[in-house]
Design a protein around this ligand. Structure first.
Ligand code: IMP
Ligand code: MG
Length: 178
């Protein structure tokens, strides 16, 4: 384990369990539809890849990248689109794939954006959820794990663009960012 990781919060096994639990539910909910999975770059890459590999029905994938200005470990309410979708979402059934929901600012912006682009339906799927940190009320349909208010990295999640490659989710030592 890297010296900057305090402890492992979600193991590789737990991630696998969440992926298969969520995929089963998605396959049930979208069995008569063709879902468009929209991954939010870059944090969702690992989760997105695992979800789509285990999803066995007809689906499409796309990506968006948005930035939310703020301090290094907290997002602000202002969200900008850095990379837009490469296809129209009009009439489509969209499932947003996110790594973690913290304040809810990012997802609340994206929900409004996809509604304005006339998606037929939009649901949210996240590996991690920090309910105690929520500032904007959003409905999250698929959740891997609720976690406490700690800054975590790995499995796509970064600090200063590092640690995304770790196969587990770990708590970053405070001394790294404070
Ligand atoms: P929100 O807009 O506050 O919900 O923040 C969502 C985004 O902040 C996530 O997509 C992550 O990129 C980032 N974020 C929030 N909490 C963490 C964390 O504990 N580790 C790494 N990134 C995080
Ligand atoms: Mg993110």
């Amino acid at each position: 384990m890297l010296a900057s990781i305090e402890r492992i919060l979600i193991t590789e096994e737990q991630i696998k369990e969440a992926v298969s639990r969520i995929t089963k539910q998605l396959e049930e909910d979208y069995k008569d539809k063709k879902v468009l999975f929209v991954g939010l770059l870059k944090g969702s890459i690992a989760f997105m890849a695992d979800i789509v590999k285990s999803y066995s029905l007809m689906c499409q994938i796309d990506f968006m990248d948005v930035s939310s200005y703020g301090s290094s470990t907290e997002s602000s309410g202002t969200v900008n689109i850095i990379k837009d979708l490469s296809q129209s979402v009009e009439g489509k059934d969209v499932v947003i794939i996110e790594d973690i929901i913290d304040s809810g600012n990012t997802l609340s912006f994206i929900m409004q954006y996809l509604a304005s682009k006339k998606a037929n339906s939009v649901r949210i799927c996240t590996l991690l959820n920090k309910p105690s940190r929520r500032k904007v009320d959003i409905a999250v349909d698929y959740i891997g794990y609720d976690i406490p208010d700690e800054f975590v990295v790995g499995y796509g999640l970064d600090y200063d663009e590092y640690y995304r490659n770790l196969p587990y989710v770990g708590v970053l030592k405070r001394s790294v960012y404070s």
